[in-house]
Design a protein around this ligand. Structure first.
Ligand code: ADP
Length: 190
């Protein structure tokens, strides 16, 4: 079904700052920030059936099975607050998930894909810093390397899937600098 409003997707490697930027942009646009990482971490914290299935997989930096995240996202996008648009962050993460999303919302429902780009060395440094600060279980060096590998192999091919809807944004700089670039890039797509 085609919906009114803005439907935006954030793409980029772990550590690129997607979560931070996506939540700022969602607030600015007044659309819900739909983050599968946040939803899965909440499920783990609440020790739900889904959380129990996902915990070990997430701790390794591997992808949780498609059917679990796909149904999570489908349910979330059916909530009334998503009628006027949404901002997807961390989903889709592979071509099968992108195809499931196309089927759920329509092939051209996603209007803009913001690809947040940060060099690999900087990503690892940022993730190690976050590991020291926040103690996220999936932020140790070996898991970080695995998440980057999984990103290159599974998620990067989505750039081709979304073709000319993809807008690249340089993710190196302060949070406010990067946010300004995103807003500008988005304005150009109107
Ligand atoms: P990051 O952007 O730092 O990689 P996320 O918060 O997006 O972290 O996701 C953390 C973990 O949650 C991933 O490493 C993966 O195990 C799981 N996950 C999140 N989104 C998905 C998804 N769409 N499909 C499969 N697994 C996912």
């Amino acid at each position: 079904m085609t919906r009114p409003g803005r439907r935006i997707l954030f793409l980029g490697p772990p550590g690129a700052g997607k979560g931070t930027q996506a939540s700022m942009l969602a607030r600015a646009l007044g659309v819900p920030h739909v983050s599968t990482g946040d939803m899965l971490r909440a499920a783990v914290a609440a020790d739900t059936e889904l959380g129990r299935r996902a915990a070990a997989i997430m701790a390794r930096g591997d992808l949780v099975p498609d059917e679990l995240v796909v149904s999570l996202v489908r349910e979330r996008l059916d909530e009334p607050d998503a009628v006027c648009g949404y901002l997807l962050d961390g989903f889709p993460r592979n071509v099968a998930q992108a195809e499931a999303l196309d089927e759920a919302v329509g092939d051209d429902a996603i209007e803009v894909v913001i690809l947040l780009e940060v060099p690999e060395g900087e990503l690892v440094a940022r993730l190690l810093r976050r590991a020291a600060e926040q103690g996220r279980v999936d932020d140790n060096e070996e898991t970080i390397r695995n998440r980057l590998r999984v990103y290159r192999r599974e998620t990067e091919p989505l750039v081709a899937h979304y073709g000319n809807r993809v807008v690249s944004v340089d993710g190196v700089g302060t949070i406010d600098e990067v946010f300004a670039r995103i807003v500008l890039a988005l304005a150009r797509t109107r």
